[in-house]
Design a protein around this ligand. Structure first.
Ligand code: ADP
Ligand code: ZN
Ligand code: ZN
Length: 756
């Protein structure tokens, strides 16, 4: 038995991306298991290569005399690794990528690293002395020293890793304070008593009856063997995180481990600290700034049972726990859960698959669930729970909608509506804080009328047309300046110079940026202290957290920023949130525009009034009647869902159907276009042969047709059945594999997050 092994060779090359059959030498037959890394002779020169065993069999279709033998086993594979290899195979099939790319995604890069000890930082002075030092540091404006000392007074012990990475304290500061005898560093394991720590910090909260009911119900379903995924819909600040903590504690009591996915941008010191306080050094954090060695180290700690909980962005999913019990996905609607590199997997779907391979349960939470998840919850595929009240006593804010068309008609040409100016003045007067948010997500030059709010849309796809100003050629045609193009179907027209509805001349692209807002704001309110957060001000590594902590420490009155400011911190003194142009994300040329707008507006509104004082929100828009804006203003998720679903059904967009985007690339424009045409042709043929529901759209040049001299084209294929799209993907792959020299390169994106 187990005479033959299918092995994936560790080389990134399309031609070798299939299993090769090897003989298993008799002495290896007992020990060889799928998932193991082996050394094999490969190619004509029998060069030694490494590979992964995918499968073991008793038969082979190849003639015995031509088969080579496995040379050596390089590494054992435990159950979690075998599961990850099965997961990689599923990802390759579901999302279209090479097997080796899928394996590299799920398995940590192998580097020889010394096992690093976890170093703890402890307070080494008495409380009184610490108080005196705090005052001294404050006087001298030693902000990093002050910040670290304050946290140490609160926590007593802190993991060094967390201090460096999340609290952004320089190593030199730690060293200096150690030399001064203020703190100690040691690598003793720190068995914190979670209850003691929690009592000290007031963190131990009795769950509210609503929270308790959710936690009890999920755990008792788990005990009864139910593994149906859970969706927790809870307004911002309703205590979802507290429920996750209780659930994870329940898992640990049952001898299980948990993975917690949190979007990288929300992985702040405060969030991470809540987990540390509860689980001490049984928890670890994964993030993109870790080196390959550090990531591997985390995996090793999980594998050997040193930790029970990992928190991190989507890649934390691949941390190999021996007894995985639960995967929590916070902010499950977030776009960052979709990978933008091959394989373009969605962490939510992949988590569901991993959970079913591991007998674990997935718990998803959001204030604005994705349509996909809410739809599945409604159909009973997910268990559904709701939290409808804020627990800090704060109420949901009052929302005002300012109609920018009226402002213009009344002669107001500034970025700020009258009501926003008024509310800002009041807010500053009272000494409270405000956030101004410019909604620029995925902003792509769309064209709209400032006078009536009309937006130029594709007559076929119902998404906004994008303005192309440069001269660009594609498909033998030349698109000259100011053409409007649909990036799903390639429809194009010239940009109108007067509004087709109201005939005004105020029809143009939107250009205001955060910098302009900052300028106009300081003219209006010369005394206000303003902080700006956007791509420009957050170039350096720590600037993001630095701006947030400066604002949290009341070093500014107004924070102006892009969607970056919507997530993460709680600012109890913010009582006013202004959304400057709610329409911007609404007019992005892709079908998720309304959903994204609703999410952003709801999340932004959720920032106001988190403390004791009530909050207010002003939404400025050219389209006050648009349903995503109306429902966001009323904070009515259910109504938004129903209206948006009607539209998705009508136009067969997810979740009513699925979309496969086939994307082709080449330095030669014609090659990229022909490759896309070939793919479209195969899809059309299969559509004609099979299901009537398959719709093929395009090819069309990509949203940005050329990047770094590489031309890009896309074909969109829609079908109710995901499986049909997988078949089409496989057919395109087969066609290209059969070609002597396939045209350009080709990638697949299922249910894409952005217009291509
Ligand atoms: P969400 O994750 O839904 O935004 P959080 O779990 O962060 O909500 O809770 C919001 C706020 O309410 C936090 O400040 C948290 O400390 C507090 N909170 C949560 N649960 C309770 C509770 N049972 N009792 C008192 N305060 C709570
Ligand atoms: Zn108009
Ligand atoms: Zn179109």
């Amino acid at each position: 038995m187990n005479e033959f092994a299918s092995v994936i060779v560790d080389i990134s090359h399309e031609k070798v991306d299939r299993p090769f059959c090897y003989k298993v030498p008799p002495q290896m037959r007992e020990i060889l298991k799928p998932g193991m890394r082996v050394r094999i002779p490969f190619g004509q020169g029998n060069r030694p290569r490494t590979g992964y065993v995918i499968e073991l069999t008793d038969e082979s279709d190849y003639p015995m005399e031509r088969l080579k033998e496995i040379e050596a086993v390089l590494e054992d594979a435990d159950v979690p690794q075998q599961r990850l290899i099965a997961l990689a195979a599923w990802m390759k099939e579901q999302y279209g990528s090479t097997m080796i790319a899928a394996l590299k995604t799920v398995l940590p890069a192998r580097q020889r690293v010394k096992q690093k000890e976890t170093v703890q930082i402890r307070l080494a002075v008495s409380g009184d002395r610490a108080g005196a030092l705090l005052a001294q540091y404050g006087q001298k404006h030693w902000t990093a020293r002050e910040r670290l000392l304050r946290e140490l007074v609160r926590e007593e012990v802190l993991p060094r890793e967390l201090v460096l990475q999340k609290l952004h304290i320089p190593a030199a500061t730690i060293r200096w304070m150690e030399q001064q005898g203020v703190l100690l560093q040691d690598s003793r394991p720190c068995y914190r008593n979670p209850v003691k720590a929690a009592l000290q910090t007031g963190e131990q909260k009795n769950l509210s009856p609503a929270q308790q009911a959710v936690a009890d119900s999920v755990l008792s379903a788990y005990d009864q063997g139910q593994r149906r995924p859970v969706l927790l819909h809870g307004i911002t600040g309703s205590g979802k995180t507290e429920v996750y903590l209780a659930l994870i504690e329940g898992m640990i009591k049952r001898g299980k481990q948990a993975i917690v996915l949190i979007p990288e941008i929300a992985l702040t010191y405060q969030t991470v600290m809540r987990f540390y306080r509860r689980f001490g050094d049984r928890v670890s954090v994964m993030n993109s700034s870790l080196s390959a060695g550090e990531k591997q180290d985390q995996c090793e700690r999980a594998r050997t049972g040193q930790i029970d909980v990992i928190i991190g962005p989507r890649s934390a999913l691949f941390v190999p726990f021996p007894e995985l019990g639960m995967i929590v996905i916070d902010e499950e609607h977030e776009n960052s859960y979709k990978s933008e590199t091959m394989p373009k997997y969605h962490a939510r779907e992949t988590a569901l698959q991993l959970a079913s391979l591991s007998d674990a349960v997935v718990v998803m939470g959001s204030a604005t669930p994705s349509l996909e998840s809410y739809d599945r919850a409604k159909r009973g595929e997910f268990s559904f729970y709701r939290l409808t009240e804020r627990l800090t006593g704060g109420q949901l804010p009052a929302v005002h909608v300012a109609d920018l068309r009226r402002e213009l008609q009344a002669g107001n040409r500034t970025i700020f509506s009258d009501i926003l100016k008024e509310k800002l003045a009041d807010c500053l007067e009272r000494g409270e804080q405000a956030m101004l948010f410019l909604n620029r997500r995925g902003y792509a030059g769309f064209v709209s009328c400032r006078f009536c709010g009309y937006v130029c849309k594709c007559p076929h796809c119902s998404v906004s047309l994008s303005e192309h100003r440069e001269k660009m050629r594609y498909g033998g045609r030349t698109a000259v300046a100011n053409r409007l193009i649909c990036h799903y179907c390639g429809y194009e027209q010239s940009a109108p110079t007067v509004c087709p509805v109201c005939h005004s001349r105020y029809i143009l692209g939107f250009k205001a940026g955060t910098q302009q807002i900052e300028q106009q704001l300081s003219q209006l309110f010369p005394k206000a202290r303003i902080l700006r957060m956007d791509a420009d001000t957050t170039r350096t590594k720590d600037s993001y957290e630095n701006i947030l902590s400066a604002f949290a420490n009341r070093k500014a009155d107004v924070l102006v920023g892009t969607q970056m400011i919507v997530k993460g911190h709680d600012f109890p003194d913010v009582t006013l949130v202004g959304i400057l142009a709610a329409d911007l994300s609404l007019s992005v040329g892709d079908y998720r525009a309304a959903e994204r707008t609703f999410q952003l507006l709801t999340q932004a509104a959720g920032r106001a009034g988190r403390g004791k004082r009530p909050g207010e929100v002003v939404i400025q828009t050219y389209q006050p009647d648009h349903y995503s804006i109306r429902h966001a203003a009323n904070q009515d998720y259910e109504a938004f869902f129903e209206e948006e679903m009607t539209y998705r059904r009508l136009l067969s967009y997810p979740p009513a159907a699925h979309i496969l985007a086939v994307q082709t690339f080449s330095e030669k424009e014609q090659e990229a276009q022909e490759a896309a045409q070939e793919a479209a042709q195969i899809a059309r043929q299969m559509a004609a042969d099979g299901a009537l529901q398959t719709v093929v759209i395009g090819p069309a040049p990509a949203l940005i047709g050329r990047i770094n001299d590489v031309y890009r084209f896309g074909v969109y294929i829609k079908d109710r059945e995901y499986g049909r799209l997988v078949e089409i993907k496989n057919a395109v792959e087969r066609m290209r594999a059969g070609q002597e020299s396939p045209l350009g390169s080709c990638q697949f994106d299922f249910d894409p997050m952005n217009a291509y």
